[in-house]
Design a protein around this ligand. Structure first.
Ligand code: C2O
Length: 532
């Protein structure tokens, strides 16, 4: 194992990723941000210099932070924000994990301003797999993109003034950071160019692993490549036996590795790679589509053609709008390293996810999102981790929390009571096995009648639960900490849809606090920061 040390300078910049010029947030001038690559067992050190005029924090999505809960990067939960002009060093070891992850801002919804990047952890036996199963390993980031600064959107949503109070669907979709917005729809007098579609160049007769990451602030996306099958081999860091499929649906924050064989064409041929918001998940009129050119080249520039493809979408995808479902609801997806779920869970906790109630955050009162009618509020961002360490009971009007004591397995039953609103739920600090999912609401009584999928259930860290549905998440309480469980639609998170899963509070009390971590809180004061 080695140490990977990186320096992240966060600044503003002007950019037009989809042709429309706006202010964005960048790391080291890059949009999307830099790739972090490591091997299992490595230690990652990231020195963050926040040169913005609002607070900031970075989260390493999917990394368990076993023994390093302080480094999880969630303001109000595991740290105070890095103040404007401040610095902080994240340091953690990626033990026993490999696969496709990503990093992003966890402050407000400033990931929608550009603070996202891939984080790839290679396994020990990956060189072997790579030669045997695929020839190339690439990252494919897809994301919705909105033209307004996230702080403007969040404030507008709270005041009920943002675009007629519609949940913001995004103005375009970016593929590896590039998109093309409809310039006729932007406000007059603003600068907008219709850009050429992004290109993905491949050579013939290869098998390419694409690590697909949906870094959207809002959208469930569907991804397909005309005439090319995809085989799913990884879901959120779990190696899987997956389907061969014409498309994958991917919720915000989820990752899939897919294998694509470039055996359909030869140098000069081109196909459309398509990604669009899933119609059934969107109010009518809000479907976005983005195209990239999937171009076969021989690797010599002079032979690269610039013609647009003339290919058609797979027949079975055209007009299909019923795919607002998670991949595991459409196909059997099972982990390669089979792990039966333990039959008896130590403890079961229920979380009901619904609109919250009228809350007041930073002086604005609005109807929030939440769990069990509590919208997460932490007006001065004092982290819950500090409360747990000092033995203070969490204030149940500010945060819905559940506590697991003892080492073993626990169940979290998530009931999504938002009848028409689907949510991608993400658990920090661990992955979970999906041992049941369905329609309706589960009660303690109802639980007895549910048939559990225990043989080799899919493990992942982000799960799409349709409105009016439920899922039972089973996980092991082997990682003490205070872990966020939240909707990964950033606008819902910003409106309070976050609960705390407290794992073994006794063990947390013995954690040593890194010095610069406690310094972060020394001068924390709500007025310094933008919308939480
Ligand atoms: Cu991707 Cu709470 O994070």
């Amino acid at each position: 194992p080695t140490t990977r040390e990186l320096f992240f300078n966060i600044t503003t910049a002007a950019a037009s990723p989809d042709g429309y010029a706006r202010q964005v947030y960048v790391v080291n001038g890059q949009l999307p941000g830099p790739l972090i690559e490591a091997n299992t067992g490595d230690t990652i050190i990231v020195h963050v210099d926040n040169q913005l005029d609002e607070g900031q924090s970075l989260h390493w999505h999917g990394i368990f932070q076993n023994g390093s809960a302080y480094m999880d990067g969630v303001p109000g939960v595991t740290q105070c924000p890095i103040p404007p002009g401040g610095t902080f060093t994240y340091k953690f070891t990626v033990a026993n994990q490999y696969g496709t992850y990503w990093w992003h801002s966890h402050y407000g919804n400033t990931l929608a301003d550009g603070l996202v990047g891939p984080l790839v952890v290679h396994s020990v036996d990956e060189p072997l797999r790579r030669n045997r199963d695929y020839d190339e390993d690439r990252v494919l980031m897809i994301s919705d993109w909105i033209h307004d600064q996230s702080s403007v959107v969040v404030e507008g949503l709270r005041a009920g003034t943002f675009r007629g109070d519609l949940p913001p669907q995004g103005d375009s979709i970016l593929i590896n950071g590039i998109g093309r917005t409809n310039c006729s729809a932007v406000p007059s007098g603003t600068s907008c160019d219709y850009l050429p579609p992004p290109e993905i160049q491949v050579s013939a007769n290869k098998t390419i692993r694409f690590r697909v990451i949906n870094t959207s602030a809002h959208s469930m996306l569907r991804l397909s490549i005309d005439s090319h099958d995809m085989e799913v081999i990884e879901a959120d860091g779990t190696a899987v036996y997956g389907p061969t499929t014409h498309e994958i649906p991917i919720a915000p924050a989820q990752r899939y590795s897919i294998l694509v064989n470039t055996t359909q064409g030869q140098a000069g041929d081109a196909y459309w790679l398509r990604t669009n918001t899933a119609l059934a998940c969107m109010p009518a009129g809000h479907v976005q589509t983005a195209l990239a050119v999937f171009r076969y080249t021989s690797g010599m520039d002079s032979e690269t053609s610039t013609r647009d493809p003339e290919t058609q979408a797979w027949d079975d995808l055209a007009g299909s709008d019923a795919k607002c479902r998670d991949l595991d609801q459409m196909y059997a997806v099972a982990p390669r390293d089979g792990k039966a779920a333990v039959n008896d869970a130590l403890q079961t906790h229920f979380l009901s996810s619904s609109r919250g109630k009228f809350v007041n955050i930073n002086g604005v009162s609005f109807f929030g999102f939440g769990f069990d009618n509590v919208s997460f509020q932490n007006q001065i961002y004092k982290p819950l981790l500090s409360d747990i360490e000092s033995g203070t009971t969490l204030n149940s009007s500010l945060i819905r929390s559940i506590t697991f004591d003892g080492i073993g397995v626990g169940n979290i039953v998530v009931n999504n009571l938002d009848a028409n609103i689907d949510h991608p739920y993400h658990l920090h600090g661990n992955d979970f096995q999906i041992i049941a999912r369905g329609n309706g609401t589960l009660t303690q009584e109802g639980l007895k009648g549910v048939s559990l999928h225990l043989a080799n259930p899919l493990r992942r860290d982000t799960l799409w639960i349709p409105g009016g549905g439920y899922a039972i998440l089973r996980y092991t309480t082997d990682n003490p900490g205070v872990w966020a469980l939240h909707c990964h639609i950033g606008w819902h998170l910003a409106e309070g849809k976050l609960a705390a899963v407290v794992v073994r509070p006794e063990a947390i009390r013995s954690f040593p606090q890194p010095a610069d971590w406690s310094n972060l809180c020394a001068n924390t004061n709500a007025s310094q920061f933008g919308p939480a």
